[in-house]
Design a protein around this ligand. Sequence first.
Ligand SMILES: Nc1nc2c(ncn2[C@@H]2O[C@H](COP(=O)(O)OP(=O)(O)OP(=O)(O)O)[C@@H](O)[C@H]2O)c(=O)[nH]1
Ligand SMILES: [Mg+2]
Length: 489
Amino acid sequence: MIVGSDHSLLIPDLSDHRGGKGRLRGLRLVHTHFKEEPLNEEDKMDLALLRLDLITVIPLDKSGQAHRLHTAHLLPENPGGQEWRVLEPEQIGLSQVDVQGLVRSLEEEWGRKLPVRKIRRGGERAILISVTSQPKSAALESLAELRELAVSAGLEVLETVIQSRKEINPKFLMSRDRLTSLSIRALQLGAGLLIFDQELNPSQVRSLTEFSDLKVVDRTQLILDIFAQRARTREGKIQVEMAQLKYILPRLVGRDDSLSRLAGGIGGRGPGETRLEIDRRRVRERIHRLQRDLEAIRSQRRQRRVKRERKGVPVVSIVGYTNAGKSTLLNTLTRSRLTAEDRYFATLDPTSRRLRLPRDREIIITDTVGFIKNLPKDLLAAFQATLEELEEADLLLEVVDISNPGFEAQMEVVDNLLTQLELSRIPRLRVFNKVDLASAEYAARQAERYQAVLISAREAASLGPLLERIEEGLGREKKGVFPEEEQQQ
Ligand SMILES: Nc1nc2c(ncn2[C@@H]2O[C@H](COP(=O)(O)OP(=O)(O)OP(=O)(O)O)[C@@H](O)[C@H]2O)c(=O)[nH]1
Ligand SMILES: [Mg+2]
């Protein structure tokens, strides 16, 4: 029993109450409206956000008399896209509704549409959202990439939603009504996760999480999560943990609960459950410790590089957008078996191999982590030790997936990141990959336009011209002469 004021009702935190076995909470809310007004948007919000079995409103007339009951409940997914059903009003004392039976049948219907297995895996089923003032085409392209990221993180994407807005609501990004609808949709589809294409600030994450009762993740956190899943080596793990902690630090305020949601990452692959109780001070200490470890790694790398330089073996580094085919190229060139797959960020750790060029010259060729638009800055900083390796490269092979319609935008991202990493002075050779997926004429036109070499990294037979250009590039480098336009390529 809750006593409210004339215009509001404070419902206590119900998160511990899990009466219902299924989607609904096993609670009904019966309350009065002071005006002769039946169910309103506020009621729908309560129904959705508290996952109530049922809501009943009793409007009071001017003399405070109650006459009728207005009842509503949420609906499982349906072809009409309806969110809730409002029952016929009934006279108080004469209600015919078999509430137990109604709720049971709702749960059953829900259960048929969403088997228990899927409900249990709710956290791994996501709705992707872009709230944007960009043109729709740009938003769609970005969402397509977000989908790839989500799939690479092992999530199931149930739906993508674009909300075009002239102004972005600073608290929720969208209106409360839209957020309510989104929460109902998530409930209907059994999604436990909302992933925003936009970067969310800490207070937005908190507001959204508190309002919708769903896990809320932005693009940055999604990328961090993929890196956390992929990190295998000690070095990779340190780098990723560092980036995650830096991301979490400003978000560590207030409730333990929001911390545990953050620290848990998607499906609990965050920096680790043992650290749920860490406070800011401990996070900072940990960051300092990791920083020292990273310094040590850096100096080891430097020593290794010095040794290599003395031997005078030229280094060729493969860089490029994620999924462009960098590892595949290294594999084919050196008959190696590095992980190469159709997912984002298959490679985290740099790998070097020796390669003998046709004219019997030996080089070291290295594969690196892929780039992506809006690469989280903490991640870039954490990977500085790895990426520093690139400074020593005599030649960068920029692998571009020419079959991707957005390849030019990807080249721009790579370009900007290389500049940011102060690597743009290193001679670069553009390598347009996956020509087998593009029309020959189109590929040839683009290659000429960007002075790129065409290859299909899976086919060794297509790599001859590339090897020649590498040899050429290195040969000229020795003399230290570079035509101006090539440096800017
Ligand atoms: N059709 C076609 N597919 C290719 C070619 N080269 C690579 N791929 C595929 O593209 C996908 C990505 O290749 P990777 O070599 O893992 O790409 P990467 O650049 O190393 O990606 P990350 O390490 O994730 O940044 C894989 O499924 C490859 O089989 C090619 O020439 N043609
Ligand atoms: Mg790779």
